[in-house]
Design a protein around this ligand. Sequence first.
Ligand SMILES: N[C@@H](CCC(=O)N[C@@H](CS)C(=O)NCC(=O)O)C(=O)O
Length: 131
Amino acid sequence: MFLKLLREGLGRLVIFIDFITRPKQAKRSAEEQTRVEQETQHLSLYQFYACPFCVKTRRAMRRLNLPIETRNAADGSPHREDLLNGGGTIKAPCLRIDDNNNTTWMYESSDIITYLETRFGDDDTETIKAT
Ligand SMILES: N[C@@H](CCC(=O)N[C@@H](CS)C(=O)NCC(=O)O)C(=O)O
């Protein structure tokens, strides 16, 4: 009970700090942004709202200006089962990458951020460094 309250309190604090220190979004040409928006339609982030690793990943998505769909993997959510069946374990964040007929489930916030930076953080964007 105490641990649950502590976890919830810390989660809210993380959300609040994230809110007041939101990173600036990268800017792209309209054409580039359209391309990025098309590509990100094949990505989705399974996440918990107040998980610090998920917040870190969402911050990177915002910084890179990537409109990736987020899917709540909390208890009772239909996405939770997809995550378990597809990825093999309930752990968030997890990036689902749908590539033609292939689906890859990428765990580990640092790996996800590196993947997104490598794929979308090209030199032409006015990318703001990690915060
Ligand atoms: N090293 C992982 C840690 C991820 C992690 O521990 N996530 C927790 C939530 S904060 C989790 O999914 N725990 C399993 C659960 O809550 O069922 C990362 O950086 O992504």
